[in-house]
Write a protein that binds this ligand. Structure first.
Ligand SMILES: [Zn+2]
Length: 188
């Protein structure tokens, strides 16, 4: 609700001050609670989107066609305004990606950097091609473990291997699929 007090002073959602001050306060609030707000929006969108998908898509396409310049301008304004935050989250993401690949490299090193070849297959040049190596829980606990540990999965696996666990091995993608087939986890 926007209530005009005089030409410059307005009160809006519990804030009062000049329009510019209120905008700033709302921006500050948004920046501070960004993750929570985005999560809430996503939840709302997910709930309603599938129900009204076609209408939403047609409406927004129509709106964009009729307001192209305005939309472009808004998008640019948003980009300028959120530049710092976006670059901050970009840096955080880059850091996480780097940490993840460091953990994977460490695990691969500890597990000899090659497929453990449990079915004695002829691997040709692929046995130590790290592009197709996957970390496997020998007793099929892998899937459950991923669900349980979420993001910290690699950290947990690394700690376990370091403290002497023999639960893990490397499998190439082919051996991993053969294992799933043998364990009846997939059927053709
Ligand atoms: Zn293999």
């Amino acid at each position: 609700m926007l209530l005009t007090l005089d030409d410059n002073m307005v009160t809006h959602s519990g804030y009062s001050g000049t329009k510019e001050e209120i905008n700033q306060k709302q921006r500050d609030y948004y920046n501070k609670n960004r993750t929570r707000i985005l999560e809430q929006r996503k939840k709302y969108r997910d709930k309603n989107y599938s129900k009204n998908k076609i209408r939403i898509l047609t409406d927004s396409k129509k709106y964009y066609e009729n307001n192209k310049e305005k939309c472009k301008l808004k998008r640019h304004e948003r980009y300028i305004r959120d530049k710092d935050i976006n670059s901050e989250s970009y840096q955080i993401n880059a850091k996480t990606t780097k940490e993840t690949s460091q953990k994977i490299t460490e695990i691969l090193n500890l597990l000899d950097n090659k497929c453990s070849n449990p079915y004695n297959l002829n691997h040709g040049d692929f046995i130590a091609d790290i592009r197709c190596l996957q970390i496997d829980h020998i007793n099929c606990g892998g899937c459950k473990e991923v669900r349980k540990k979420g993001k910290s999965y690699l950290r947990v696996v690394l700690e376990k291997i370091k403290s002497g666990s023999k639960d893990y091995q490397l499998l190439c993608a082919n051996c991993n699929w053969i294992k799933r087939y043998e364990n009846k986890e997939v059927r053709h």
